[in-house]
Design a protein around this ligand. Structure first.
Ligand SMILES: [Fe+2]
Ligand SMILES: [Fe+2]
Length: 302
């Protein structure tokens, strides 16, 4: 049995106005948005409650699918680096960037060693990828699960939060999916933006979702995890090898009743019997009073 924990859109509520440095236009408008509403939604108490509950679970690996920060300010990036370390070693925790982590045009993420460590293939079991730098895609093999991380975050104009996956990354993805299947591995793909165009608007979605969907349909995958919408959602994509389960997890720090789901994480219990994969999703999140973390959902993925 392997259990993968999916946390996303942490939006660490650590924005210190005393540490504001020079802001670009995107960061400036982001700050106004944070001060007007977002600081009331993303709360440290909610995140702490959720993480205390997660720490009681037996998990094999944690995947964090982006938006660790709000404006990607240097002080936030430092906080995010420290926070990532508290969640485990780079071998225990994988990360893909979100659009908010690119508010500085991706400069900090590309230059900070800590983030690179969580975004490269590593030798947990047999390794499909290799190399020593940050990789896009990267592959980590945990037991019999190939975890494939994609970077969908790109710099965007004001009021847009769309993403895109580089063409060469998609080419690599197709090869990796086929290779992993040939090795009898369960394929779990992780990215920040929703992979299907039915999930959100073009302003928020993945620019090249059609190309990604075509690869998933042709090469197959068992599970795709994403964040970004701050909503729980389940979709199913028919591939040439059966159904691919596509799941959006809410933000891990929403502590106020609003248009988004309250803070939640999802666990994926993955087992194989007679050559068939069985996946159970268990969602745990804040109750409506934001006082406790409770089991929000259990679903067998079929
Ligand atoms: Fe987010
Ligand atoms: Fe996002």
């Amino acid at each position: 049995m392997t259990v993968i924990a999916h946390l996303t859109d942490i939006h660490l509520p650590s924005l210190s106005l005393s540490k504001l440095s020079k802001l670009n236009l995107k960061q400036g408008f982001g700050l106004l948005n944070w001060q007007a509403s977002r600081h009331k939604i993303h709360q440290q108490d909610a995140l702490d409650l959720l993480l205390q509950d997660l720490d009681k679970q037996e998990i094999s690996h944690t995947i964090i699918s982006g938006d660790l920060t709000n404006l990607a300010l240097p002080s936030e990036i430092e906080t995010a680096e420290s926070w990532l370390k508290t969640r485990g070693t780079p071998q225990q925790v994988s990360y893909v960037p979100g659009n908010h982590d690119y508010y500085d045009n991706g400069f900090a993420l590309q230059n900070k060693e800590v983030f690179k460590e969580h975004m490269r293939s590593c030798d947990i079991g047999a390794c499909l990828g290799g190399g020593s730098g940050p990789q896009d895609p990267y592959v980590r093999v945990i037991d019999k699960i190939a975890l494939i991380g994609l970077n969908s975050a790109i710099p965007t104009p004001l009021f847009k939060s769309f993403g895109a996956i580089e063409e060469q990354t998609l080419e690599q993805l197709s090869k990796i999916l086929k290779k992993a299947q040939a090795q009898g591995l369960y394929r779990c793909v992780v990215l920040h933006h929703p992979p299907l165009n039915t999930i959100t608007t073009p302003q928020k979605g993945l620019n090249n979702d059609a190309a990604l969907t075509a690869i998933l349909k042709e090469a197959g995958a068992e599970l795709v995890l994403y964040g970004h919408t701050h909503l729980q959602r389940y979709d199913r994509l028919l591939t040439q090898q059966g159904f691919c389960h596509v799941i959006g997890t809410p933000s891990a720090s929403v502590g106020k009743i609003c248009q988004y789901n309250l803070a939640r994480y999802n666990l994926f219990d993955i087992q194989t019997q007679n050559g068939t994969w069985h996946t159970t999703m268990i969602g745990r999140g804040l109750d409506h009073k934001c006082e406790w973390v409770v089991k929000a959902e259990q679903r067998d993925l079929k």
